[in-house]
Design a protein around this ligand. Structure first.
Ligand code: C5J
Length: 226
């Protein structure tokens, strides 16, 4: 028999089947979250993003005790930049551009320290990493294929940044028929006003893109699975 759990969420309770659920951890990379990375070189304060590390760590620990799957993403490019559109390279007329040498190696380049997942949230064996060249996790990746092969319908979404890669991903997921739940304290933005608006936009109009809740609400419910 199917086991269905219910989490208090907005705009209304979120029902999900743990066996068909995956936790997504989006772009928790040194380049976005740590000082000296791409995010900071754009003039951002990384402290706001670092606030999500502990809540995600707690969710990850709880999820790893259950049958819920875990999947990571990283934004970045091939060393020869052949998968990076010229528009993305040029945008912003920046001092430090994608592919340039930085304190953590070449910025947003696969294989470099800056591109990798932060030490606090390293994936375990069996938790795939999707390398994506864009903001959306589905765009030119095998994410959809993996989720379909796993039989996943419910996506619990965490990571950075709220209004960019998290938003693009939940919109893409929504169009593909997934039921997305964003854990509000596990997604972060460099801009408090975008964090606020970003979460409101997801749950507006009856959950136009999905649901929003807290890590505590989610953990309290999945504890029942132990
Ligand atoms: C950005 C992301 N903000 N992971 N990437 O460029 O949200």
């Amino acid at each position: 028999m199917k086991k269905i759990l219910t989490v208090k969420a907005e705009p209304y309770d979120y029902e999900f089947e743990p066996a068909s659920t995956a936790l997504m951890i989006i772009d928790m990379q040194n380049d976005f979250v740590n000082p000296g990375g791409f995010g900071e070189s754009l003039g951002n304060n990384v402290t706001l993003l670092r606030a999500v590390i502990n809540p995600i760590k707690n969710v990850l620990a709880a999820v790893r005790e259950t049958e819920i799957k875990v999947i990571y993403t990283r934004e970045g490019h091939r060393p020869d930049l052949s998968d990076c559109p010229q528009s993305k390279l040029n945008r912003g007329n920046l001092k430090v551009r994608i592919g340039d040498e930085g304190p953590m190696g070449r910025v947003l380049i696969r294989g470099e320290k800056g591109h990798d997942i932060i030490d606090e949230l390293k994936p375990k064996e069996g938790e795939p990493i999707i390398d994506k060249p864009g903001k959306g996790s589905f765009y030119v990746t095998d994410l959809h294929l993996i989720l379909q092969n796993w039989g996943v319908k419910y996506l619990v979404i965490t990571g950075v940044t709220t209004e960019v890669c998290v938003h693009t991903t939940i919109r893409e997921a929504n169009d593909r028929g997934y039921e997305g739940l964003v854990l509000g304290d596990c997604v972060g933005s460099y801009f408090p006003e975008f964090q606020d608006a970003g979460l409101k936009m997801i749950k507006a109009q009856g959950g136009i893109f999905g649901w929003v809740t807290s890590s505590k609400n989610f953990i309290d419910v999945i504890k029942q699975l132990k």
